[in-house]
Design a protein around this ligand. Structure first.
Ligand code: TRP
Length: 462
């Protein structure tokens, strides 16, 4: 059935850069700091790290393994690995939903990636200098109210992504991450040093590492799990497809630990870049987009060399976003190309065009379509516009469902011996421990969280 021989990453390092690039994104630098803020700091950070270790690493291993066993794109992987089982059609469908999920995520992710590009431009052109009180709120509100501007910058991020994808694994994805990831790291380190020079480090340490266990409940657990899955690019065929390009002689457990470690490290470091300058300047910890798009520009405007560091900060966000959008775009293209339906270039174009429509609707739901609530049959959904829905359904709901099903699939359906050989851990206690986690612990835990998500609410009921 396969018409094209899949390209492979040229080395373990190339894979690591790409996978870390996927994991490190708006989730780390834009979302993680404000979620920590909303959930009271230290306790949430601890809970988050626990979730990454207990569920995150085993699930990254799971998804990489499903991808690499047959070295085929996601849908085909599910079909081939359930060969001869009565449930095969169901698993093929699971493959299908797992490539639709990242497309839903891109529907809103491209819009936010566009904001970051727009901010780089705004600082360069001086639109964010010499600000009066409250003016950054106005700049952000104006952007949200400008459909044309939003769509322009969203389109730019989409075109860059589709272009990289169209060139293939080695000439496209690998080259992009080889350039963007070192830059990203360099900028991040410079920002932390800059922050450290300006004070506020002690407060940041206290805030991030002093746990207040009163703040931990089922709701924070759900939040931490959702954030960890999103940040590790789980539940959406990304790790499947990146795993399918991984040469057979590279250790999956090592790669999974590397990705999880780097991703968590960057999220924490992002906190150390952002919180100190907020604390030293006596600003409030805003939640949501406000933190990065309203509070930080005020501070950059007032600080020495603030303009330079402001540009660097939003470039950092943009680079982090692009290395993630390519990983969300690749699964669909990989499947279309393999079926011989389109060449890679045509597939990039077709998927890109579809996504452009979706992301445009998302951009419009910040202004002209703000009050259009398409789904009215459910209490939680009836007040959500398109962008809210895409985020809620794909980044919260479907991601959990896909991750749960991937764990059940590898734990219960796929042949144990094949998995054992693929992981290279031997029939050790480590292998058995990992397998128990994905066979039993993950299904129970995610199942429980999903029940809550579906609105039964017995976990979070006041
Ligand atoms: N992990 C990225 C971030 O933190 C986003 C991302 C890339 C993603 N691929 C994904 C999220 C797959 C969920 C699923 O921003």
């Amino acid at each position: 059935m396969s018409h094209v021989v899949q390209e492979k990453w040229s080395s373990g390092t190339a894979f690591l850069l790409a996978a870390i690039g996927s994991a490190v994104g708006l989730g780390n630098i834009y979302r993680f700091p404000y979620i920590v803020g909303e959930n009271g700091g230290g306790a949430f950070v601890l809970l988050y790290m626990a979730v990454v270790i207990v569920f995150g690493i085993p699930l990254v291993m799971t998804e990489l393994t499903i991808g690499r066993l047959k070295q085929v794109p996601p849908i085909t992987a599910f079909t081939q690995l359930s060969e001869g089982k009565k449930s095969q059609p169901f698993w093929t469908l699971v493959g299908f939903t797992s490539i639709l999920t990242p497309l839903g995520i891109l529907g809103f992710y491209f819009v936010i990636a566009g904001w970051t590009l727009n901010y780089v431009y705004s600082i360069i052109t001086g639109k964010l200098s010499d600000l009066q009180e409250g003016q950054t709120q106005q700049v952000f509100a104006d952007l949200m109210d400008s459909p044309g501007t939003l769509i322009f910058w969203m389109t730019l991020s989409l075109v860059i992504t589709a272009f990289i994808i169209s060139r293939g694994i080695k000439a496209g994805l690998e080259r992009a991450v080889n350039i963007l990831m070192p830059l990203l790291f360099l900028i991040l380190v410079s920002l932390v040093i800059y922050s450290a020079f300006n004070g506020g480090m002690v407060e940041t340490f206290e805030f991030m590492f002093t746990p207040d266990f009163e703040k931990i409940n089922m709701k924070t657990l759900l939040e931490a799990t959702g954030q960890a899955f999103f940040s590790l690019s789980l539940g959406s065929a990304t790790m499947l497809v990146y795993g399918s390009y991984l040469p057979k002689d590279i250790s999956i457990p090592k790669m999974a630990c590397g990705v999880a470690f780097a991703d968590t490290f960057v999220a924490l470091i992002a906190g150390f870049a952002i919180f100190p300058i907020i604390f030293t300047n006596g600003m409030e910890l805003a939640s949501g987009p406000g933190l990065v798009f309203e509070t930080l520009p005020v501070i950059f405007d007032q600080m020495p060399f603030g303009q330079v560091f402001g540009i660097m900060f939003f470039l950092l966000l943009a680079f982090a976003a692009i290395t993630s959008t390519i990983s969300l775009f690749e699964p669909a293209v990989s499947n279309l190309e393999e079926r011989g339906i389109f060449t890679r270039r045509k597939a990039s174009l077709v998927v890109g065009a579809g996504l452009w429509v979706l992301a445009s609707l998302s951009a419009l739901s910040l202004n002209v379509l703000k009050d259009w609530h398409p789904l009215t049959f459910n209490d939680t959904l009836k007040n959500q516009n398109i962008m809210d829905l895409l985020e809620y359904l794909s980044a919260n709901g479907m991601m959990l469902v896909n991750a749960l099903l991937a764990a059940i699939f590898l734990g219960w359906i796929v042949n144990r011996k094949a998995v054992l050989d693929e992981l290279g851990l031997g029939d050790s206690w480590l292998f058995k421990f990992w397998r128990t986690i994905i066979k039993v612990v993950v299904p129970i835990a995610i199942g429980y969280l999903l029940l809550d998500f579906l609105g039964y609410g017995f976990l979070t009921a006041e």
